[in-house]
Design a protein around this ligand. Structure first.
Ligand code: NAD
Ligand code: ZN
Length: 352
């Protein structure tokens, strides 16, 4: 089969591989809609997860089942399925600890285009199909569904980690697709004021449509000062980091009030350590919590998120700015994610 792969750090291209096969609990899926992710760019061009040779990229897909293992109960060949980016090993201690994302190792629930071939291929393998796949409801479009598997679950996880309360003043730093879903999730969770930190006009416009009440442009000066001014010196109750670099973390700690929470879903790609500003962290005593996490995957998460779309609570298709048709466009879509033109939020490739 054909797949679009990372050949080595900084080098991508088409390769031929054997079609994967399903063991007893697994499924083999043919993608029908895929999306490239900023993480694919970190992986392929920045070596974020180390060197990988000839590893097929991609971890965001909706597909059709072409093969199931002998023990799979709820799915059959021909079923259309939502495939979460994170597919944990459900028989693991980390699951009993409440963190399936880290089943069998830190971040090891992330398998596609990390520990095994990803979804930019004619076929891909899904472990534990009954626990990791969700049926695609007929009311949901492919564009909406493919945003659930990583963008929505990640942005919403930022909201969960921040523990947003009714009426909270929330800052979302970075309003690419993940941050935009953090804005939408904050609104759903009952935030009062949502301050979105971004600059590109298309992202600002979509942020407002998802519920941002204020916009702070990080290209127009210190964002801590701007947020402090907007909040009359009080700071925010919650800050969600979904973009930028390690300065985003120190800025978040500075702008959150004592007793508030910083949540991080961003990937920090540089440095041995991350900065915690000592004084603004109350010399260690400000009760400002910092939590960061890999997005939840698995079947129940996808079913719950798809309910939000099915019952008109959320329309993630506003993230989709570019739609391509056909296998050959994987590369074009991936390169858009790398180059990030002004009018891009997220590209999708439909495989008709
Ligand atoms: P993106 O690059 O499309 O969006 C990030 C946005 O932040 C961009 O719009 C960029 O212009 C903006 N930005 C850059 N510098 C900034 C600054 N100093 N202040 C404010 N905004 C700034 O990426 P994305 O797809 O939205 O993903 C966001 C992050 O989440 C990435 O690091 C990605 O790797 C990570 N991610 C994490 C998970 C997870 O499970 N935790 C899952 C998916 C993606
Ligand atoms: Zn991703």
């Amino acid at each position: 089969m054909k797949g679009f792969a990372m050949l080595g750090i900084g080098n991508v291209g088409w390769i031929e591989k054997n079609k994967p096969f399903a063991k007893a609990f697994d499924a083999i899926v043919r993608p029908i809609a895929v999306a490239p992710c900023t993480s694919d760019i970190h992986t392929a061009f920045e070596g974020a997860i180390g060197d990988r040779k000839n590893m097929i990229l991609g971890h965001e897909a909706i597909g059709e089942i072409v093969e199931v293992g002998s023990e799979v109960k709820d799915f059959k060949v021909g079923d259309k399925v939502i495939v979460p980016a994170i597919t944990p090993d459900w028989r693991s201690i980390a699951v009993q600890q409440g963190f399936p994302q880290h089943s069998n190792g830190m971040l090891a629930g992330w398998k596609f285009s990390n520990f095994k071939d990803g979804v930019f291929a004619e076929f891909f393998h899904v472990n534990d199909a009954d626990m990791n796949l969700a049926h695609l409801p007929k009311e949901i479009s492919l564009e909406q569904a493919v945003m659930l598997v990583d963008m929505v679950t990640t942005g919403f996880h930022g909201v969960e980690l921040a523990d947003i309360q009714f009426g909270s003043t929330v800052v979302v730093i970075g309003i690419g697709p993940v941050g935009l879903m953090a804005v939408a999730g904050s609104k759903l969770r009952g935030a009062g004021r949502i301050i979105a930190v971004g600059s590109r006009p298309i992202c600002v416009q979509v942020a407002k449509s998802y519920g941002a009440t204020d916009i702070v442009n990080y290209k127009e000066g210190d964002i801590v000062r701007q947020v402090m001014e907007l909040t009359n010196g009080m700071g925010a109750d919650r800050v969600i980091i979904a973009g930028g670099n390690s300065n985003s973390l120190s800025n978040a700690i500075k702008m959150v009030r004592p007793g508030g929470a910083v949540s991080n879903i961003n990937y920090f790609g540089e440095g041995e350590t991350l900065p915690v500003p000592r004084l603004e962290w109350g010399s260690g005593m400000a009760h400002k919590s910092i939590r960061g996490g890999l997005c939840p995957g698995g079947r129940l998460r996808m079913e719950n998120l798809s309910n939000l779309v099915k019952y008109n609570r959320l329309d993630p298709s506003k993230l989709v700015t570019h739609v391509f048709h056909g296998f050959d466009n994987f590369e074009k879509a991936l390169m858009l994610m790398k180059d990030k033109p002004k009018d891009l939020i997220k590209p999708v490739v439909i495989l008709d």
